[in-house]
Design a protein around this ligand. Sequence first.
Ligand SMILES: NC(=O)c1ccc[n+]([C@@H]2O[C@H](COP(=O)([O-])OP(=O)(O)OC[C@H]3O[C@@H](n4cnc5c(N)ncnc54)[C@H](OP(=O)(O)O)[C@@H]3O)[C@@H](O)[C@H]2O)c1
Length: 256
Amino acid sequence: MRNGTALITGASGGLGLEFAKLCAKDGYDLVLTARSEDKLLRIKHDLEQEYGITVYVCPCDLSETDAAVDVFDFTLEHDLTIDILINNAGFGVSGSFADSGWERQYDLIQVNITSLIQLTHCFLKGMLSRGKGKILNLSSVAAFCAGPDMSVYYASKAFVRSFSEALSEETKGTGVTVTALCPGPTATGFEKAASGSELNMFKNAGDPAGTALIGYQAMMRGKELCYPGRTAKLMDLGSRISPRSISRKIAAKMNH
Ligand SMILES: NC(=O)c1ccc[n+]([C@@H]2O[C@H](COP(=O)([O-])OP(=O)(O)OC[C@H]3O[C@@H](n4cnc5c(N)ncnc54)[C@H](OP(=O)(O)O)[C@@H]3O)[C@@H](O)[C@H]2O)c1
């Protein structure tokens, strides 16, 4: 049975691919975006074969200005109503801020923040007018404290959590829900994209399928915040009871 259409950013691998599988299994048609068109086409083939749904591939670089509007226009051109928006695309930049390249930090802000809020802005009005819709935004345990040697990434995830929480309140009673998912370290392509080497925090990284399932279920239930697994729950608790001077030192150790 067709349930509607879900749009997932960063769907070429990692958590995004897991969200795509979960939506497909529940009978949603999919709009998948990422830069890697070849990977998206392979995923389209596999999911259409396995679940009998329709998958639309919309390759795009979300670091580019107004890329979110191009994605929105793609859905209009294909006459698609988006019932679920999963703002999953994102990456980190590891190392000292002073030594980092500005372009990479700028792209991080564009992908993790600007495109996420622009996509939300594009699709939210339609969802509100239909009185129905679900938005899942990828934050992180990085939202809980300051993150030396990954400063802009941690700040971007704090932004996403704060923005999502505010929207979840603004949309109360409308039929539209907004969920912020805050996973701990998870075994995806994230570590390699962020640093190219091994980081302490990824020694006991969680499984992406399990993390995505918990986030997906939280979105379906309309929960405002979701901390999947014991590590994320402990990190949330730790950040609330320990002084910020301590939590940022612990984060600095984990980011090496
Ligand atoms: N893994 C973790 O430990 C962890 C923990 C907490 C939160 N998160 C968050 O979870 C989300 C998914 O990350 P992941 O762990 O699954 O990492 P991943 O395996 O590296 O996947 C990242 C996805 O984002 C896409 N992406 C990256 N840059 C992009 C750009 N400029 N334009 C469009 N798409 C882009 C990538 O596709 P292309 O390369 O094909 O463009 C890929 O599909 C991110 O927001 C991340 O911050 C991850």
